[in-house]
Design a protein around this ligand. Sequence first.
Ligand SMILES: [Zn+2]
Length: 253
Amino acid sequence: MNMFTRKTKVWILVELIFAAGVWLLILLTPEQAEEREQTAAPEEDNRLPAPAVVPVPEASPAPYGLVNIRHIHPAVCIDLKYASTDNFTGKTLYDNWDACLQKDVAEMLSAAGSYLRTVRPDLRLLIYDAARPLSVQRRMWEHVRDTPYSRYVAHPERTGLHNYGAAVDLTLSDSLQTPLDMGTDFDYFGEAAGINREDELVARGILTARQAANRQLLRKVMLHAGFRTISGEWWHFNACTLSEAKERYPLIK
Ligand SMILES: [Zn+2]
């Protein structure tokens, strides 16, 4: 026995479709959708753990096997100093050049971003420079040659890790990209930028304890991801030695 006639069945089906349509309309009201997005975003940002390593985009317009690091990780942001006049030369040195690194170095940076998320989710890694063509290195050298500052810029003949896409200059910032106080500016030429005697610099009143602690946190995050420091610049980190870089990567001309 069938409790419903064919006509009744069709009518029930029509009513169900209508009810579903009404609910769909309610759910998709633009204001409500926006509201949901606004409330969901911070949760996503603060509570979901970031993956250990975010995949680096495969395709890259950059030559030499480099990958663009602009969107590599939510905790990594970019303020490329040589793409503006806000650098020690006062000139824009990168006209058609973006923040990029060798792929495996980019993955190390991404891992540093993930680690920063676990220790200080409120902070970011703010990139000042990454891969640097040798042609730009020559212009930097010309700016400091025959000055007391020449020892702070790698001679273009010798090449440096930046010229292989295997070094990065960076600081820590808040979520609005305001840099933390590290005691000196990026590319400060002087002993206060050095990392080996920070206790002494604090004792002499050249650095504050807070500035030294900020630098230590940056180093902790970068060393955890496998980067190495250099003594003279708190902002500079190498992914490997110069001879390893020469073996592994092409020179960026
Ligand atoms: Zn550097």
